[in-house]
Write a protein that binds this ligand. Structure first.
Ligand code: PRT
Length: 107
């Protein structure tokens, strides 16, 4: 399994986005702003959906990677951190009592 995490990519996006480098897609997206980044994220989401519906496994992987990358750009431009999204997911998990149910079922 890859040791690469979304946290790693979040750091790369922040660094490249603010680099101003001509050869950086991330820097170009940051310069174009939230409208363009959100549009790209929407396109990648649709491409992921199409690949899934067609049963194109390799394309699901590739389009999902494009989607997650562009999602992190949208988060960065929105001033939202990955940790805040994970905290929201964790809170939902705690509210649903899944951890307690799993512990009860295993004991
Ligand atoms: N994960 C990605 C990643 N996924 C997709 N993309 C880029 O997203 C762009 C979108 O591709 P599309 O084919 O949809 O778009 P396009 O046709 O090229 O562009 P448009 O005509 O739609 O504007 C491509 O140029 C891809 O290179 C990414 N660009 C960068 N990263 C990561 O960001 C890091 C820094 O990249 P740079 O900012 O380019 O240095 C890289 O090392 C990667 O880790």
């Amino acid at each position: 399994m890859s040791g690469f995490s979304l946290k790693d990519l979040e750091t790369i996006v922040a660094e490249r986005g603010s680099s101003g480098a001509d050869d950086s897609w991330t820097a170009r997206l940051f310069a174009k702003g939230i409208d363009k980044a959100a549009q790209k994220m929407g396109e990648e989401a649709v491409e992921t959906v199409i690949a899934a519906v067609k049963g194109e496994r390799d394309a699901v992987i590739s389009e999902s990677a494009d989607l997650l990358y562009h999602w992190l750009v949208v988060l960065a431009l929105s001033g939202v951190s990955l940790d805040e999204v994970l905290a929201e997911l964790e809170a939902r998990t705690n509210r649903s009592g899944v951890a307690e149910k799993a512990a009860r079922n295993s004991g």
